[in-house]
Design a protein around this ligand. Structure first.
Ligand code: GCB
Length: 589
């Protein structure tokens, strides 16, 4: 074949994304940011959509204005002339025309950096939907997959006094991603959580964790630390209030120990937190940590040795004005609504919510279920899809494993019971256990509607079983629900992770009229009555706290929203079913 010399490369380059595999960042690159000195890069960025992905195809990020032969080049981009957008935000809520836009968006910002001595520098993102290509001063520095977890990029060798940062965010849906193209929520697009610069010493504490050993003696605290380099040395672990200060040996960059201690246990009535610090040479990190034990004992869930019932509700991050961007006020209000409903537990569905959520839950005494978007029929046969799911799980666990409020990691939701799915999700369970031996692992499984029983091969691998059922809504024969609980033989507890019915707030009618508040109220009453009769069920998180955007919901009541909320999407108007739940939970100890 003859060589074509006179073709504009970017219009014929098919594999223009492949080269970024070289700069892929994963959970192995993630650094701890709590208590580190960070400089926020939040604020205004220049922004444009790039639906044809020309930034990648034509290497705009090189910002090459003069060709090798010295002649001026015509360039189709002009980063600093583009309009501005605030970061963090979702472009769908910020820019009216982009309400439904889900493809490539480009961000550009200039920032200064003043070196403060011998240091390393990282760019850290709390989340970018879904794939981020990051370019600094003309060089590709990272590519990251996964729309809801944090990632860090070392830029020590790329950063200058004046910097030009370009981020290409690809928010498109596809069948090999996690989640895949079909979801019952809207993903949104953009840099929708914080972005920052992080400085560290040359050798630094990359990760550390501490938790109560779960042997039901409540008298031992485990400690683990890893440095970014495989060196030997010593670190100090300190909890002043407990009189603990210990030098611990580091071998090949790792240290671990188990220390005798009698902490006041963290629980929902008394969410006691301790100031815990770790020091390696000049590097000191600290966090507020609660110590508590969560365990399954036969059919019981035990917090600090006492049986508890998880009085919860599922919640999406979705906010009518901000999309997936959230803030402290919104989270505090969510927890206030939960407490008003007499609840103690939230299922953060269906992807990792912001880091701030578990911090506030630690402080306010709320138990959490955290989940990765292994949702419905993702591509369980693909190795790349598995690696993506495993990476999202690892990034979530590394981010939140010091949070007492988080008691359950969920590895998926409503997945078909195939061989490849069983292998895929069993590996995720093992991964969660290897990263964190102190919590329960679960997944939302389905009912076998033919045999009328809870049946799923994955259940053997789980500590606690999640079950979604929609009797009275998708499954109209409500009576079957009791049969299911009677037919099911289990040796571990179940949380009903979903049940519910759609209702438009303020749409009042009889209890037989679908989409009315009364219809939803009636289903909630019947559900709670039936669920109370089952000895397996140790918690409920009905679907869902607030109405949320779901583009596939298009009837006249829905208008692009899933209306199963106990509260309207305004997060204010409570529906009748809210009060049914409130009353039901008030009766459970
Ligand atoms: C489910 C899914 C959830 C949906 C819900 C519904 O089973 O887990 O993501 O939004 O049903 O409303 O249909």
């Amino acid at each position: 074949m003859s060589k074509i010399e006179n073709f504009n490369k970017d219009i014929h380059t098919l594999n223009y994304k492949e080269k970024y595999e070289n700069v892929r960042v994963t959970s192995n690159d993630l650094i701890k940011i709590e208590s580190r000195e960070v400089e926020s890069l939040n604020g205004l960025f220049h922004f444009s959509v790039d639906p044809y992905e020309t930034c990648l195809r034509a290497s705009w990020y090189q910002e090459k204005k003069i060709a090798d032969n010295g002649l001026k080049l015509p360039i189709d981009s002009d980063f600093e002339y583009w309009d501005e957008i605030n970061v963090p935000s979702c472009w769908n809520t910020e820019i009216k025309d982009l309400y439904l836009y889900e493809n490539m968006g480009l961000y550009f910002k200039q920032f200064d950096y003043l070196k403060k001595g011998k240091e390393r520098v990282f760019l850290h993102f709390e989340a970018v939907m879904y794939r981020a290509y990051v370019f600094l001063n003309g060089e590709p520095v990272a590519m990251h997959d996964g729309g809801s977890t944090p990632f860090s990029i070392e830029i020590t060798n790329y950063i200058k006094e004046n910097n030009r940062l370009i981020i290409a965010c690809d928010a498109s849906r596809s069948d090999d991603r996690v989640p895949m193209s079909n979801t019952d929520w809207f993903n949104y697009g953009g840099i929708y959580r914080d972005i920052m610069l992080v400085r560290t010493p040359k050798t630094f504490i990359k990760d550390w964790s501490s938790y109560l050993v779960n042997d039901t003696n409540f008298s031992k605290i485990a400690f683990n630390l890893s440095l970014d380099k495989e060196v030997d040395g010593f670190c100090t672990f300190e909890i002043k209030e407990l009189g603990i200060k210990k030098e611990i040996k580091i071998v090949n960059g790792k240290a671990s120990d188990i220390l005798e201690a009698k902490p006041i246990l963290w629980d929902t009535d008394n969410p006691k937190l301790y100031d815990v610090s770790v020091t390696y040479k000049s590097d000191t990190l600290f966090e507020k940590i609660g110590f508590r034990e969560i365990k399954v004992d036969g059919l019981d869930v035990k917090l600090n040795g006492k049986s508890i019932y998880l009085k919860g509700v599922s919640v999406h991050e979705d906010h009518i004005d901000l999309g997936k961007t959230t803030n402290e006020e919104i989270i505090r209000n969510t927890i206030k609504d939960l407490k008003q409903m007499n609840g103690n537990f939230l299922r953060l569905a269906h992807y990792p919510h912001t880091r701030l959520f578990s911090k506030l839950a630690d402080e306010l005494g709320v138990l959490l279920w955290e989940e990765i978007p292994v949702y419905w029929a993702i591509n369980f046969d693909s190795k790349m899809t598995y690696l993506d799911a495993e990476n999202q799980l690892s990034e979530l666990i590394l981010r939140d494993r010091n949070r007492a409020s988080v008691i359950i990691w969920s590895v998926g939701n409503e997945n078909p019971d195939t061989d490849s799915r069983l292998e895929f999700m069993s590996k995720l369970v093992d991964k969660a256990k290897s990263l964190d031996p102190s919590r329960l692992v679960s997944a939302a499984c389905l009912v076998n509607t033919t045999k009328l029983k809870l049946e799923d091969r994955l259940m053997d691998k789980l500590d606690i079983i999640g079950n979604n059922e929609y009797y009275g809504w998708y499954e109209p024969r409500f009576e079957d629900l009791l049969t299911i609980f009677e037919n099911t033989e289990l040796d571990k507890p179940v949380i009903i992770t979903e049940f519910g019915a759609g209702a438009k707030a303020n749409n009042h009618s009889t209890k037989d009229t679908m989409w009315s508040e009364e219809y939803q109220q009636d289903i909630y009453k019947k559900q709670f009555q039936t669920i109370s009769k089952s000895k397996y069920i140790k918690g409920t998180t009905p679907w869902i706290f607030y109405d949320f955007r779901a583009v596939r919901r298009l009837n006249r009541y829905q208008k692009g929203f899933n209306r199963k909320g106990l509260i309207d999407s305004d997060r204010k108007t409570k529906k009748l079913a809210f009060y049914v739940t409130q009353e039901h939970y008030s009766k459970i100890k």
